[in-house]
Design a protein. Structure first.
Ligand code: HEM
Lengths: 365, 674
């Protein structure tokens, strides 16, 4: 069972990761171009007026004034002679602020750059994936044995999830700039500070749970990160909309940037969906860890720092879910909790490995 | 957020920016009849407790003197007791009312969502110090070291039980309160949920077009037939339906689906209690002990055999599982690969174990694969070397012979240990004692800085390096001694002929003469030893069951949608049938209107749509039928419920099912707003 890690493959993996970083950097620049060109567009400049109009329009236009409902059947899409369904917004008031026009702000060149950025992100993701897979082959185990591998896999999940979301529903490009930027940052840290040569795992990590608990934790983290971005943007956009509602002075920058984001309601809902979908999975991740700990250390829970912070993260997200059901806590306060939850995840992920004296510390530094 | 709010009016929302609530409170006489009607359609869509005291802006935190809606006492009154009748009886009954009032107030507070949330937050915060400050329960030595270095701070920490956070009074107080709150929350919700399961879906609100999803068409089919068909379709889709046959419900079908959501939520919260109880049981009824076993020797599971042992408060040591095992062989391996040099690759203990009934079996124990015997688990913790040493005394008799475990000090297994020879006769024929202290290095190396040490964990060049002492080992002093430490206070170090301190290196099989004819020491060979941890713990399977149930419940609670659909059919002035359909979810989701559209399409064969001369808007200005009863009692378990607490949460559907996907099916279409 003792095969030496393959150095050649490991080197190939590193080359792939570095190439991916270069492509991420290009993608990042393309997103920047998209935002800048979008900011110059007529649409973005007249956003405030647009929003006022859009609000009035929302009533008429979004009410499907006639089109029969499209029914997706097994043999493709058909249009049924079907009674129209009128959907009504849940709320009066500010919730009717429509989504912004997106990063490109209706500018055609901006849109082109946006598309280029997405293509580059896809290419970078494939290289990134290749890097992770070759690493796995080189070390003959799951590519999540130390912090370098953990970080590369984590950012790969982030990009993968972002691209999947783009595929499922087109209007997600607003996430692109932040995703490309932070993934680049994460990979930069991984390749410089956290880099570890390929390694065998100690027998304590040789368990089926290594294939369940750890990748799930990475997966959950990647998705929670997207939720956290959305919550942070929600906080900004919410303030912007509040100002908009009372016609307060809004800086040109925030008008241009925040105005192009989706509405606070959309951002909040997106964050909630991600967090709610991940929560059971995160619960399972912790339970899997506990089962493993029972086998490896003879107790399923002993308040080891890693366990404690996983618990704190879990409770923080439970708070968030509760907050959304509690009057007076919805909206901003809930969003703060979601962000706090993700910070707890980060503490657990980086902080505990580096600063705490924990049984889990064999993941290296 | 606001999208998920109750779809009816009367919803006060908090946009966080300190804006005043836009709507009057429900239950307020100014609220139009229409609103109450819609509220009752929404009512009971969740069993979430209502936070009576919470104002829409979240500031009416429900102080005792604050406004109360349950009519128990007048607005602004400072007490629960009401007027106090003169005399002792009056005072007593006033006090009783007062106490009961406060008790109820306190209980309501404790079981409110807001307090549950605050307690949860507190629990998260309270867990933090335990991860920063070394905990006595998990790492005694680190904690002791911390105490030594920070005596002043440690005193403060001790006062707040910060070296033992997770069993401290304040930490326990938080989670006990939380769980009392949880029980106080679950019981009424379960009760209410059972009631809902028995009740019919609430009747349709009068104006269906104000529901979040709505559709209408005209058909030639008779109303009864339309309704019967609608009911059939709804049932097929798993809705619970109620064909109206009582006053106020004629001409409509009410349907509801997704009760499992509530069931899931209750299951989740109950499972949390199960897990807590299982965890507590595990704390109280557990035993945990360690034992070092040299290859070839054995262990019997009884208290005196343990090197160290601890157990839960209620654990009875007589309950120790009766079994024993011998360590037949220990296997280990370390990587010699340049990058991984010294990383362990294998640990395996081959054991033979016997149980109470006399059976004997062979098995292996690996790091992640403990041996299970009855309730007990035997886990492999670590390993090391035990040099086998023979010491003869000055008269040539064997004074000591056997393996002596040396404890590894670093990852290359530089190991230290002592050999105590208590029964020994010196060259003068007098009784004496010998002590040896030193290193066993599996791969020996020596340098200026570190002295003798090992460079690799496997025995490539095993050397035993010892100093020798004679005198009083202190064994008979009655004070328990550490077998791995030599107390040299009453001992004298041996010197060689030249007067230097006597110190020697031996390879396996070698032997050395002790100075002054004190006998010999032979390093015969070395054995492996392994340490084992033997644990029993109650409640493991309950904890696991609870955890699995919690996940199942969560999935139900977060992924299922609870929703209602109403179908109404009536004959219009021109003899045609007007069909109206509406749906209402706990939360706004694109799936709910889609489902309504599907259902409407399903109904087309039964109630084909008649083209109208000109497209009409859904007519909101229908003359409204007189409401026969103010509240639908059976269908509406809690008409006064704060509608906000009833519908606020999103129904976490899969992230992809988003309203954004389409311009046509969701989002705001405000046609029907007054
Ligand atoms: C022990 C700590 C608790 C944890 C970890 C916890 C966790 C959760 C979670 C994760 C949810 C989200 C599921 C969903 O939205 O359907 C939830 C919902 C809920 N919890 Fe808790 N909870 C706890 C205690 C309590 C207590 C004490 C109460 C009662 C006061 C309570 C009442 C509720 C209610 C009513 C919901 C459903 C909210 C809704 O349906 O909108 N929980 N809880």
């Amino acid at each position: 069972m003792m095969l030496a890690a393959d150095q050649g493959l490991a080197d190939a993996s590193n080359v792939l990761v570095y190439t991916a970083m270069a492509v991420y950097a290009l993608a990042f620049l393309a997103y920047v171009a998209e935002w800048i060109l979008g900011g110059r567009s007529r649409v973005a400049r007249t956003l405030a007026t647009l929003e006022a109009e859009a609000r009035d329009e929302a009533a008429g236009s979004a009410a499907p004034a006639g089109p029969a409902v499209t029914v997706r059947g097994r043999n493709g899409t058909s249009v049924l002679e079907r009674p129209k369904v009128v959907t009504r917004s849940a709320n009066p008031g500010r919730a009717d602020v429509p989504d912004g026009p997106g990063a490109a702000g209706g500018d055609e060149r901006g849109d082109t750059y946006g598309r280029i950025a997405v293509s580059l992100t896809t290419l970078a993701f494939l290289l990134h994936l290749g890097g992770v897979v070759t690493r796995a082959v080189a070390v003959e185990r799951g590519p999540w044995g130390n912090m370098y591998e953990f970080s590369t896999a984590f950012s790969m999940v982030v990009t993968g999830a972002f691209l999947t979301l783009l595929l499922l529903r087109r209007r997600m490009r607003w996430l692109g700039l932040i995703v490309a930027g932070t993934v680049l940052l994460d990979l930069g840290l991984a390749t410089t500070v956290l880099y570890t040569e390929t390694q065998q795992l100690v027998p304590a990590l040789d368990s089926i749970w290594m294939w369940i608990h750890v990748p799930l934790a990475i997966f959950c983290g990647g998705l929670l990160y997207l939720g956290a971005i959305s919550s942070v943007l929600f906080l900004f956009r919410d303030r912007y909309e509040a100002k908009l509602a009372v016609d307060a002075q809004i800086g040109t920058f925030s008008r241009s940037v925040l105005g192009r984001l989706p509405s606070s309601a959309t951002l909040d809902r997106f964050a909630y969906r991600i967090n709610a979908a991940v929560f059971p999975l995160w619960t399972f991740t912790i339970v899997a860890g506990a089962i493993w700990a029972e086998d490896a250390w003879g107790r399923y829970w002993d308040w080891d720092p890693k366990e404690t912070w996983a618990f704190i993260t879990w409770v923080a997200y439970a708070c968030y879910l509760h907050a959304r059901s509690t009057i007076g806590w919805k909206g901003r306060k809930a969003a703060y909790l979601a962000v706090a939850g993700f910070l707890c995840f980060l503490v657990n992920y980086y902080g505990v490995n580096i600063f705490f004296d924990s049984l889990h510390s064999y993941s290296g530094k | 957020m606001t999208h998920e709010d109750a779809p009816h009016a009367g919803v006060a929302t908090d946009h966080g920016a300190g804006r005043a609530p836009e709507n009057p409170e429900p239950g307020n006489p100014e609220v139009p009849e229409q609103r109450r009607d819609e509220e009752s359609a929404t009512a009971g869509l969740t069993t979430a407790p209502l936070d009576v005291d919470e104002g829409a802006d979240g500031s009416g935190a429900g102080t005792p003197g604050g406004p109360e809606r349950d009519g128990e006492r007048a607005r602004g009154a400072g007490s629960f007791g009401g007027t106090r009748a003169p005399g002792v009886g009056g005072a007593l009954s006033w006090t009783a009312r007062e106490l009961v009032g406060w008790g109820r107030w306190f209980w309501r507070q404790l079981t409110s969502m807001r307090v549950a949330l605050l307690l949860l937050l507190l629990l998260a915060l309270a867990s933090i110090p335990g991860s920063l400050i070394p905990q006595e329960r998990s790492d005694v030595t680190v904690a002791a070291d911390f105490r030594r270095r920070n005596p002043g701070l440690s005193e403060v920490y001790d006062r707040f039980q910060l070296f033992d956070v997770y069993s401290s009074i304040w930490f326990s107080a938080i989670y006990i309160l939380l769980f009392v709150s949880l029980i106080g929350c679950i019981l009424p919700r379960t009760w209410q949920f059972v009631g809902q399961l028995r009740a019919r879906p609430p009747r349709a609100p009068r104006r269906l077009d104000r529901m979040p999803a709505y559709t209408t068409w005209r058909t030639a089919t008779a109303p009864e037939e339309v309704l019967a068909a609608a009911r059939r379709r709804l049932r097929k889709r798993g809705f619970r339906t109620d064909l109206a046959d009582q006053p106020g419900r004629e001409g409509q079908v009410a349907a509801e689906k997704g009760y499992l959501r509530e069931a899931g939520n209750l299951l989740f919260h109950v499972a949390l209690i199960v897990m807590l109880v299982a965890f507590a049981a595990g704390q109280l009824y557990h035993s945990e002990g360690g034992k070092l076993v040299v290859q070839g020797s054995g262990f019997t599971n009884a208290l005196p055999q343990y090197d160290d042992f601890s157990s839960g408060r209620l654990y009875d040591v007589d309950d120790l599982e009766r079994f024993g095992f011998t360590l037949d062989e220990f296997h280990y391996g370390y990587s010699r690969d340049s990058v991984d040099i010294g990383t362990p690759t294998e640990f395996r203990a081959d054991v033979t174990y016997w149980t109470d009934d006399g059976t004997e079996k062979s098995d292996t124990i690996e790091v992640n694969e403990p041996l299970r015997v009855g309730d007990a688990k035997v886990r492999l913790l670590g390993h090391g070397y035990a040099p086998v040493v023979t010491v003869t005394d000055a008269e040539g008799n064997t004074a000591f012979s056997g393996p002596v475990p040396f404890l590894p000090q670093d990852s290359a297994f530089t190991s230290t240990g002592v050999i105590k020879v208590s029964d020994y006769v010196g060259p003068d024929g007098e009784h004496d004692q010998l002590g040896f202290q030193g290193f066993f290095n599996p791969t020996y190396n020596i340098d200026e800085v570190r002295g003798p040490h090992s460079t690799f964990p496997e025995p490539d060049y095993p050397v035993l390096t010892l100093n020798a002492f004679h005198g009083d080992l202190g064994i008979s002093s009655g004070i328990p001694q550490n077998v791995y430490q030599l107390d040299t206070d009453d001992m004298e170090q041996l010197r060689d002929e030249s007067g230097d301190l006597f110190r020697f290196d031996l390879l396996p099989g070698e032997s050395i003469e002790l100075p002054d004819g004190r006998g010999t020491l032979t390093f015969e060979r070395f054995e492996n030893w392994a340490t084992f941890q033997i644990t029993t713990r109650e409640g493991n399977s309950w904890a696991l069951t609870g955890a699995m149930a919690a996940i199942l419940g969560l999935v139900g609670s977060l992924f299922l949608q609870r929703r209602r659909i109403w179908v109404r059919a009536r004959t219009d002035a021109d003899g045609m049938t007007v069909v109206e359909m509406a749906s209402l979810g706990r939360t706004e989701s694109a799936k709910i209107p889609e489902e309504l559209a599907d259902l409407a399409a399903d109904l087309q064969p039964d109630a084909p749509m008649e083209r109208e001369p000109e497209e009409r808007e859904p007519e909101p200005e229908e003359p409204e039928p007189e409401d026969p009863e103010p509240e639908g009692p059976a269908a509406d378990p809690d008409p006064d419920r704060d509608p906000d607490s009833a519908t606020e949460d999103d129904a976490g559907t899969e992230p992809d099912a988003d309203a954004e996907r389409k311009p046509d099916s969701a989002s705001s279409a405000e046609g029907a707003r007054p």
